[in-house]
Structure formats: structure tokens, C-alpha cells
Design a protein around this ligand. Structure first.
Ligand code: BGC
Length: 742
């Protein structure tokens, strides 16, 4: 069987288009509709067997299947037995790695290094393609400002500029230089749009976002994905301003295709076309199919509504067949670009060779190092000495492969991470490293994902067993010279259907932390988690805190590299850490109130807690120190439409090499609309040797200063005075100003 990953030349757009017309011409209506249907290949799917649907021409794509041999079997049925003989596209959620797992996307954003994200997704794509997959449902580009929302872990955090940079990088990583490039897969920008703003942070709940908020904050990563050439889009599940995203012509036709010129195809989220009925939007499945397709939704993921209803809708004259043709064209285009007509099969021996490549694990370890954020380091407790004789590693996620790899594994993935415990043991081969997990942590309500993964469901620990585990952990800590507490969340505590009301450390973890700290030993806290947690007590009482997120296959090694100084942390928070779940959404780029903090009548917004973040957006420490200065603007005034340059010098003033992420924020003092008190407009991660200085340059012009105005209902660049800050987080104080004049 030929290998799908060997296309030698890139066909021109005109050639592809001609080819597509030649394929489309003789297709029957039923064949065309089949191309708009994606079916589930998993055993849990009800209904007819995938083989039979494919043989009958009822599917153009298959998801929820991760079995190379089976891909070839199904493909053979499609290309030899189905009426149109058109090959299938195999799709799966490859979110942060196929076999070699990388840090979760929120962590990758914390690297503030788009190249790291691009390389990670290129490795993921190479492994996935070798397994026989053509298409991933990533990157997830939803801006998330509500830390209760579980899917915050899948995206790049709260900011549109950082989000857009990560979006484009991931598309390049997945797809390579052009759609169909060997060793790459087609990407899917999801979930369009606004999903991260669900009411109360509850997954799938409705979203109400004004157009200005959508255009200025939630759309930029999606627009960046289109500009980077993303092949497909996925619509979101929820109601957006009372119109479900899967049936929303404004989103899918006007903005995506009309304004942005997207030429790929849009797939629904799973079952979302049929869900239009459950959401009390469509009358029945037929109405749902009609309204979704009319709105610009090309492919139905797993609901069956298209397969059952589109033919009838065309036959009775409700739907013009030209709309079906228009939806089929981009699907066929992708199949042509992927070379599937020439090479429909995958070489079944390839995967083992590809996943064994040592550079994949190296890339994962490096990405994990680069994504970790040092939150506290009182008295320079970190880095630790490798001469330590007796260390205790304590906590329920310290030796958990699942928590280390994090949420959204590919279907059927067997966890294989180096845990933090293993990483520390490997780093200290001669020391005594004791371990105790303490009481288990678990969700109060189980995740539906547990139903899909055999072995996931475990009986709960009894209160007596939990108490015994607590005592053992304290005793284990008592005997050691230094304690490393590894606390946080398990893999299913963040992700889809994993929202929380509180963002405290789950279970008895904080109680255990307090008890261990009270022993009077030096304590380091390592966090493994998929969202910010309200670690208020730790932030005051634990001298060293490392945010390691869900760091992936090499996570344990990477944590140990950082703890023992073989790598210097340089990551920065891509999301604000609030002091409580009740403070969400809390984000830095908000507009001013009439009683800002320096106002004589300023009262804190809550009477029971400070409104300020626990850790601000952009924050992160290093083992070295940096100074940012010499802020210069190329002009103090410019006209609307012109640009100026901002430069600043960054110096490593400490004694070890390290990276500083230099960040530029602006504020427009008045205008057509009130503008956020700060907005990130540029950033650069700069590696510096001790004593070294580099100059960082940013551009400020119409791209950075234009926004969608609620007052005017259009894009505007105002003539107004601006503040500029350059520094190491969103509270930077190094300041300059300029004015834009008419
Ligand atoms: C999720 C999507 C995912 C799809 C297919 C849905 O439940 O919302 O993000 O791509 O399932 O697995």
C-alpha cells in the first residue's frame, strides 16, 4: 500500500479547482450529500456500522477512530466499493500531541513563544499523519477570561494578541507550508465563536457578546488562522446572542467567508446540527439540516441530520442543489490537496518509526521547560542543589501520568508520561526520594469521558483510607530535608465538560500543604493544573511556587530540570490568576470604572476580598534578574494611518542565562468608545546571557490602534493621546506617551 505522506509536487489552485469540478460533475445528489457527512468510527456509536454507511456512500469522513489498520480497511471500502469511490478523510482531536504529548495549549501559550507552539504541532502532525490521520480538530482558539470554564486549558488564555500569534503558529505547525504538505495534517480552527464566554463559565451555556467584544477580543485568533491558511473551521455548540453558532449565517457566511475570505469548509461540533432541535432553535432534524447548511455549515459531525434530510430538501425544492455543490467543493478540494486520490492508504509500519524519533521527546521536554512559570521564589530557594540527601515528594498528582499529560489525549491513548516523581528521582540518583500521594482527589460529578476510557472509573477512597493517606504524607514529609509538594488537578478536572464553581485546590490538598509547611522544612510547591487556581494561602506561605501546568510526556523531566537549575524558567502567565472563582471573569484589559483605584472614593469592588489579581497577566519570575529601560518612541506624534516604532533595552542583570518576555501595552485615553486600560500590542521572548543587553523593537500603527467601535458600528482609528508601557508583565511601569492626530 502506498504511503499517503509522499506527494512530490504542489498542484496549482487552478489545477485543483479543475480537478474538483471534474470529480463533482458526475456525482449523484446522494454522493454529494455523503461528502458532507462525518460519521463516528467508535464502538460506542449507535446506528449502522461505519463499513455499511461508507459502502453506501453515506460518509465523506470518519472521526473517533484511531486505528491505522482500520483506516486502511475503511478506505478500501470507500475507494473500491462506494458509489463515488471518493476517499475518506480521517479526523481526530490531536490537540497537544499524538503519541508524544506536549504541554497543554494553555501551557504552550505561557511560553510566549509561537515557535515552540509551531514545532510542537509539527511533531503532533507528523505522528498523526503517520498513523493515517488527515485532519485534526485543532487548534482551539477560544479566548477564555473565565477560569471556571474547563476548556480554558485548550486555548491560549485571555488575550487576543497572544491568542492570534499562537493561532497562526499552530496552524503552520499542523499544516506545514501548504495544505497537503507531507508529514502534516489539515488544521481546524475551533470553536467559532465566543464559546469561552459561556455564562458563569459553565460549559456549553449561552453566550452574549456584543459585536465590539467579538471583533476586538474573540475573533482575532480566528482571523489569524484564516490568514495563516487554515483548511477548516468548526462552529461552536452554544447560542451566540440567541442564535446557535451552528446555524448562524452572520458568523459563518458574512464574517468568515464574506469579510475574511475563508475558502475552506466548516464542520459542526459533534452532534451540533441535530442539537439545534434540543436547543429549541430548529423545529425538527429536517429544519436543523436546512438551517445549518443555509447558514454556511458544510459538514455534519455525527448527528446524521444531513444524511437523513438533505436529499428530501432538494427534491421538494426547499434547498437549491447549488448550495450542496458549494459545500462539497471545499471538501473535495481538501481531499485533492491531501493527495488522497493518488495515495488513499497509509503505510502501516510508518507510525512505529516516527513515534520512536528521539527528537520528538526532546522537543516535548523543551516545550515543557519553556512553558513553566515561576510564581514565587522567596530567598532564592530555587534552584535546588543536586546534593540534597533526602527529599520527600508529596501530592496526589506527583506520580500521575494522566495529570502530567493532561486533558484531551487522542482517542485510545495509553498514558506514558515521565511523572514529576520520576523526573526528580532521575535527577537525584544518589539521594533518598520518598513519596506519598496523600488523599486522592476526584470530581464530585464524574466526567462523561470516563465512560469512553476503560479503567478510568475507580472506586472512591473511603474517608478512613484518605485519613491514613494524609497521615502517611505528613510523616513522609517529616523525615526529609526538603519537601516538594506536587498539587493541582487531575486530567479530567479541566477540559470539556470540566467547569468548576470554585478554583481552590481540590480535595484536602491545601490542608495537607498547610500541615506540611507547619513542619518547618523548606517546601517547594509544583502545580499541575489546567487552569489558574486560587492558591492565596500558598502565595504567602510557601517560599517557592512553580506553575508547571499539564506538561506532557516529558513533563517530569522538565519539572526536575527547572527545580534543579538545568533550565531557567521563562514562561509568563497567559491568563490572570484571580483570588477566587467568584471573581471570574477577571482580566487585565478591562475599561476603567468611574471610580478607578486612584479615585478618592475608590472602594474595593468586593467587601470581602481584594479585587486585584493574585498574579497578573504576563507575570513570571526567573532565576536571573532583568532590567528593562531606555524606552524610546520614534515620534511623539503621528497622523491617523501612520506608524511609529517603540524600542526598549532589556539587560540580564543577574548571574545566569535566562529569557525575559518583553511586553508592550498601550492605552487610548479617550475616543469614540472607552478603551481598555491596557492592551497588549507586542511581545518578544528574549534569551540573554548574564550582562547581555538587547534592544527590542515594536511597531505601533493602524493595525494596533484600530478597533471596532460600539458607538460607530464600524472599525475606527481615533485621533487621541496614548500611553505606552514596556515591561515584564501587564503591570509594567516604564512609561511613555504619544498622540495620534487627525
Ligand atoms: C468538542 C470538540 C471536538 C469534538 C470531536 C466535541 O465534543 O467540543 O472540541 O473536536 O467533540 O471530538
Amino acid at each position: 500500500m502506498g504511503n499517503a505522506a509522499t506527494i512530490t509536487s504542489v498542484p496549482s489552485q487552478a489545477d485543483v479547482a479543475a480537478r474538483v469540478e471534474a470529480i463533482l460533475g458526475p456525482m449523484s445528489l446522494a454522493d454529494k450529500i455523503g461528502q458532507l457527512v462525518q460519521i463516528g468510527g467508535a464502538d460506542f456509536m449507535p446506528g449502522p456500522k461505519p463499513e455499511d454507511v461508507i459502502r453506501g456512500g453515506g460518509a465523506g469522513s470518519v472521526l473517533w477512530l484511531n486505528d491505522t489498520k482500520k483506516f486502511n480497511e475503511l478506505q478500501k471500502i470507500a475507494v473500491e466499493e462506494s458509489p463515488s469511490k471518493i476517499p475518506l478523510l480521517f479526523a481526530l482531536d490531536v490537540i497537544h500531541g499524538y503519541r508524544t504529548i506536549f504541554p497543554v495549549p494553555l501551557a504552550m501559550a505561557a511560553s510566549w513563544d509561537p515557535d515552540t507552539a509551531e514545532q510542537a504541532q509539527a511533531v503532533a502532525a507528523k505522528e498523526a499523519r503517520a498513523a493515517g490521520l488527515h485532519w485534526t480538530f485543532g487548534p482551539m482558539l477560544d479566548i477564555a477570561r473565565d477560569v471556571r470554564w474547563g476548556r480554558i486549558v485548550e486555548g491560549a488564555g485571555e488575550d487576543p494578541v497572544l491568542g492570534a500569534a499562537m493561532a497562526a503558529a499552530q496552524v503552520r505547525g499542523f499544516q506545514g507550508p501548504y495544505p497537503g504538505a507531507p508529514d502534516h495534517v489539515i488544521a481546524c480552527a475551533k470553536h467559532f465563536a465566543g464559546y469561552g464566554a459561556a455564562d458563569g463559565g459553565r460549559d456549553y451555556d449561552p453566550v452574549f457578546l456584543p459585536e465590539a467584544q467579538l471583533r476586538n477580543v474573540y475573533f482575532p485568533p480566528f482571523k489569524a488562522a484564516v490568514d495563516a491558511g487554515v483548511g477548516t473551521f468548526m462552529s461552536a455548540y452554544m447560542d451566540l446572542n440567541n442564535v446557535p453558532a451552528a446555524g448562524n449565517p452572520w458568523l459563518l457566511r458574512e464574517v468568515l467567508r464574506g469579510e475574511w475570505g475563508f475558502r475552506g469548509f466548516v464542520i459542526s461540533d459533534a452532534f451540533a446540527v441535530g442539537n439545534l432541535v434540543i436547543q429549541h432553535f430548529a423545529r425538527d432534524n429536517r429544519d436543523a439540516a436546512f438551517r445549518a447548511l443555509s447558514a454556511g455549515l458544510d459538514m455534519d459531525m455525527a448527528s446524521g441530520a444531513y444524511l437523513e434530510n438533505l436529499a428530501g430538501l432538494v427534491e421538494d425544492g426547499t434547498l437549491d442543489e447549488a448550495i450542496i455543490d458549494a459545500a462539497v467543493r471545499p471538501v473535495l478540494t481538501l481531499k485533492v490537496q491531501m493527495g488522497l486520490f493518488e495515495h488513499p492508504y497509509v503505510d502501516e509500519d510508518l507510525l512505529d518509526q516516527v513515534v520512536a524519533l528521539p527528537e520528538h521527546r526532546d522537543a516535548s521536554r523543551q516545550a515543557a521547560q519553556r512553558s513553566m512559570v515561576l510564581l514565587r521564589n522567596e530567598g532564592g530557594l530555587l534552584p535546588l542543589s543536586k546534593d540534597l540527601k533526602h527529599v520527600a515528594v508529596i501530592g496526589p498528582v506527583a506520580d500521575s501520568m494522566e495529570a502530567t499529560e493532561g486533558s484531551w489525549m487522542v482517542f485510545g491513548h495509553q498514558p506514558a508520561a515521565v511523572t514529576v516523581l520520576e523526573g526528580i528521582r532521575a535527577k537525584l540518583p544518589d539521594a533518598r526520594v520518598d513519596y506519598a500521594p496523600g488523599p486522592e482527589i476526584r470530581r464530585d460529578y464524574p466526567s462523561f469521558f470516563e465512560d469512553f476510557e476503560p479503567g478510568k472509573k475507580k472506586p472512591a477512597q473511603t474517608p478512613e483510607a484518605a485519613e491514613a493517606a494524609f497521615q502517611t504524607a505528613v510523616e513522609t514529609a517529616q523525615g526529609a530535608d526538603l519537601v516538594i509538594m506536587v498539587l493541582g488537578e487531575t486530567d479530567l478536572m479541566a477540559g470539556e465538560a470540566a467547569s468548576r464553581g470554585s478554583i481552590d485546590l481540590p480535595g484536602r490538598q491545601e490542608e495537607l500543604l498547610k500541615t506540611v509547611v507547619a513542619l518547618g522544612k523548606p517546601v517547594v510547591l509544583v502545580l499541575l493544573n489546567g487552569r489558574p487556581l486560587s492558591i492565596n494561602w500558598a502565595a504567602e506561605h510557601v517560599p517557592a511556587i512553580l506553575e508547571a501546568w499539564e506538561p506532557g510526556t516529558e513533563g517530569g523531566h522538565a519539572v526536575a530540570d527547572i527545580l534543579f537549575g538545568d533550565a531557567n524558567p521563562g514562561g509568563k502567565l497567559p491568563v490572570t490568576f484571580p483570588r477566587s472563582g467568584g471573581h471570574a471573569p477577571l482580566y487585565y484589559a478591562r475599561t476603567l470604572t468611574h471610580q478607578p483605584e486612584d479615585h478618592f472614593m475608590y472602594r474595593s469592588r468586593y467587601w470581602d476580598s481584594p479585587t486585584t489579581p493574585l498574579y497578573p497577566f504576563g507575570f513570571g519570575l526567573s532565576y536571573t534578574t532583568f532590567e528593562i529601560g531606555n524606552l524610546k518612541l520614534s515620534a511623539s506624534q503621528m497622523k491617523v494611518g501612520e506608524s511609529l516604532t517603540v524600542t526598549a533595552d532589556v539587560t540580564n542583570t543577574g548571574s545566569v542565562a535566562g529569557d525575559e518576555v518583553v511586553q508592550l501595552y498601550i492605552h487610548q485615553r479617550f475616543g469614540s468608545d472607552s478603551r481598555p486600560m491596557r492592551e497588549l500590542k507586542g511581545f518578544e521572548r528574549v534569551p540573554l546571557q548574564p550582562g547581555e543587553t538587547k534592544t527590542v523593537t515594536f511597531e505601533l500603527g493602524p493595525d494596533q490602534l484600530t478597533y471596532w467601535s460600539s458607538s460607530l458600528g464600524q472599525w475606527v482609528q481615533d485621533a487621541a493621546p496614548f500611553d505606552v508601557w514596556v515591561g515584564s508583565d501587564s503591570q509594567a511601569t516604564l512609561h511613555a506617551e504619544f498622540e495620534v492626530v487627525a
